[in-house]
Design a protein around this ligand. Structure first.
Ligand code: NAP
Ligand code: ZN
Length: 352
């Protein structure tokens, strides 16, 4: 029996989101059914809802920063029981047998991982719908355990903003003595500052917004550089081992390359597409510098990040909103007016 679920959906790129009833798939033997308590609002939700990346399928229920409680488990599920606090991020399934999946890199699954929304379930071919809804059904391998002691609403953004910044920090082996910079202080950026700081790095924020300096320092930055100020940019030539660029739109990355050290890497996580103006290879060649990209993180790595956050008491700085406020939240996010993540209180969905 499929179940009828209430959520919030958009029906076209220019539409607002509104209430929508839809069918979730049957619970399979390895599935966990989760009552959703909180869902973070990621800038990717806006990109997808507006079809910025192409391939949008409507109606679309966004949301991939999900925290909830287990409502029931399939007969083959052993790792979870009813009542457990759990999380779900950007993926709900993958092929499980390709080289990437074998290496716990499900996000790079050769057959394409199944995204939490705007995708098709690989077994019963029903559309996937995301976390702006009351319940979700997820294969147990893609369900995360939420450590005790973490505020549940503040933990929701860890499932995407957290892991997307954690994964490059780990891949490029950031630790004590590393010099790390984050470009853009939004949802991903503020998690990048917190996580890099907790890993022991010296942390710098690049921002266009002079008003964010005090917050950046509170969130873990040791230095703040106004990226629009050429003198400030010049003063930090050759400094960083790793720069994590979270800017969601096309922007000039050339000014950041000279700030990398020899062998330094700028990893793009925010913008998906062709770069303009053209990337100048000279500063890269003259310092063996790299420009790279990174997509969320694997499931084991996501659990590692959640456990680290549990040990260090790290959650996101959030503004809790009602489901009904989602369209205003999107508008505010587009103006960078959020400190630093909206999280939907899902109890509001059914409230009169
Ligand atoms: P967000 O909360 O809106 O933050 C983005 C920040 O970037 C802003 O706060 C702003 O910081 C800066 N910014 C915005 N527009 C800019 C522009 N035109 N030029 C320069 N800087 C600008 O967004 P988010 O949720 O952190 O997501 C960031 C991006 O990452 C989105 O594109 C999202 O789709 C993507 N994403 C990627 C992955 C992945 O796996 N790779 C995962 C999740 C999200 P300042 O005011 O400090 O400059
Ligand atoms: Zn996201």
């Amino acid at each position: 029996m499929t179940m009828t679920i209430l959520g919030y959906a958009t029906h076209a790129p220019a539409d607002d989101l509104g209430p929508f009833r839809f069918e979730r798939r049957d619970q399979r033997s390895n599935d966990v059914v989760i009552d959703i308590l909180y869902c973070g609002v990621c800038h990717s939700d806006i990109h997808n809802a507006r079809n910025d990346w192409g391939g949008a399928v409507y109606p679309m229920v966004p949301g991939h920063e999900i925290i909830g409680r287990v409502a029931s488990v399939g007969v083959n599920v052993t790792r979870f029981k009813v009542g457990d606090k759990v999380g779900v991020g950007c993926m709900v399934d993958s092929c499980q047998h390709c080289a990437a999946c074998q290496k716990n890199l499900e996000q790079y699954c050769a057959e394409g991982s199944t995204f939490t929304y705007n995708a098709i379930d690989r077994h019963d071919h029903m559309p996937t719908y995301g976390g702006y809804s009351e319940r979700i059904v997820v294969s147990d391998k893609f369900v995360l355990k939420v450590p005790d002691g973490l505020d549940l609403a503040g933990a929701a953004p860890l499932l995407c903003a957290g892991i997307t910044t954690w994964s490059p920090l780990r891949h490029w082996k950031v630790g004590k003595g590393s010099k790390v910079a984050v470009v853009g202080l939004g949802g991903l950026g503020h998690m990048g500052l917190k996580l890099a700081n907790a890993l022991g790095a010296e942390v710098t924020l690049f921002t266009r917004s002079p008003g964010k300096e005090q917050d950046a320092r509170r969130l873990g930055a040791h230095h703040v550089v106004l990226s629009t100020d050429a003198a400030q940019m010049h003063a930090i030539n050759g400094r960083f081992d790793l720069i994590i660029d979270t800017v969601p739109y096309i922007h000039d990355i050339n000014p950041y390359i000279p700030t990398l050290s020899i062998d330094g890497t700028l990893v793009l996580v925010g913008y998906l597409g062709g770069l303009e103006p053209m990337l100048n290879s000279a500063p890269m060649i003259l310092g063996r510098k790299s420009v790279a990209g990174s997509l969320i993180g694997g499931i084991a790595e996501t659990q590692e990040m959640l456990d680290f956050c549990g040990q260090h008491g790290i959650t996101s700085d959030i503004e809790l909103i009602k489901m009904q406020d989602i369209n205003v939240a999107y508008q505010r996010m587009l103006k960078s007016d959020v400190k630093y993540r909206f999280v939907i209180d899902m109890a509001s969905l059914s409230a009169k």
